[in-house]
Design a protein around this ligand. Structure first.
Ligand SMILES: NC(=O)c1ccc[n+]([C@@H]2O[C@H](COP(=O)([O-])OP(=O)(O)OC[C@H]3O[C@@H](n4cnc5c(N)ncnc54)[C@H](O)[C@@H]3O)[C@@H](O)[C@H]2O)c1
Length: 254
């Protein structure tokens, strides 16, 4: 029960990684506000966990909605200690085929501005309460690596890494830690887009374990970062990517 007595808000709560985050937070004793776009999916979470969480439909591209979710945690539970900015989208597409009117803006609005909104709203609420807190942003190995078909996604995750550093610096005096976790390839609906592109087997072979990371493995890292055990980890991105960021696709068989 590493998070007993804490109150956490998590976005993207109905996605592959998000559902595991919610489960892990509750297992570790936190009270939770689960946030996502779809009320229908949130209702399923509510049915599964009952009184152990409350839910709120929020579009993270809208600052007021993100701030309202944090206010809801404070209204309902009296505090907010952990905010996990996990919502994100990806849409693999060759750069030369981009529609410059929308392709950059749509991903940036969720992955970059959405995280910015979460950092800002959480920082303000935690500072006002005066008890510190932890903000965790879901980045990606692609925040530091180039890859084909994911130009805007990588740019947005690089921004998440930098926002994590800058916010940690500004929030440090208020005892608010800001960290990011960078998964590699996690078996969730987001990654399943690669099936329709015919790349699924290829990207699986690229993994060190020859299998994708499971979403509960990412949730475990996030719960650790949210806990007091991670008190000296701040302003940094923690890679949870099976070493994907360090190694080239192994060419030797076996
Ligand atoms: N799956 C991977 O391989 C992988 C790798 C690295 C990083 N990530 C990151 O992990 C995070 C979670 O991704 P996932 O794999 O669980 O994907 P997912 O598609 O399963 O879940 C994403 C969730 O975010 C929600 N969401 C999307 N736009 C939103 C908005 N505007 N407001 C509120 N919620 C919104 C969706 O409804 C969905 O529930 C993302 O930030 C993603 O970039 C995923």
């Amino acid at each position: 029960m590493r998070l007993y007595g804490k109150v956490a808000v998590a976005t993207g709560a109905c996605g592959g990684i998000g559902k595991c985050i919610i489960k892990k937070l509750i297992t570790e004793g936190a009270r939770v506000v689960a946030v996502d776009l779809s009320q229908r999916h949130l209702d399923k979470l509510q049915a599964e966990y009952g009184d152990e969480l409350i839910t709120m439909t929020v579009d993270v591209t809208q600052y007021d909605q993100v701030a309202a979710a944090i206010d809801k945690a404070i209204d309902h539970y009296g505090q907010v200690d952990i905010v996990i900015n996990n919502a994100g989208i990806g849409a693999p597409k060759a750069l030369l085929e981009h529609d410059p009117i929308k392709d950059f803006d749509v991903i940036t609005a969720v992955n970059q501005k959405g995280v910015y909104h979460g950092i800002l709203a959480a920082g303000r609420a935690m500072k006002a309460r005066g008890h510190g807190g932890v903000i965790i942003n879901t980045s990606s190995v692609y925040g530091a690596m180039a890859s084909e078909l994911t130009f805007t996604y990588n740019v947005s995750k690089a921004a998440v890494d930098m926002m994590t550093k800058c916010a940690a610096l500004e929030f440090g005096p208020h005892k608010i830690r800001v960290c990011a976790v960078a998964p590699g390839r996690v078996d969730t609906p987001m990654l399943h887009q690669y099936k329709s592109l015919g790349l699924w087997d290829h990207i699986q072979r690229e993994q060190m374990r020859s299998e994708f990371t499971q979403p509960d493995e990412i949730a475990n890292v996030i719960a650790f970062l949210a806990s007091d055990e991670a008190s000296c980890i701040n302003g940094t991105t923690v890679y949870a990517a099976d070493g994907f960021e360090n190694f080239k696709y192994p060419l030797l068989p076996g």
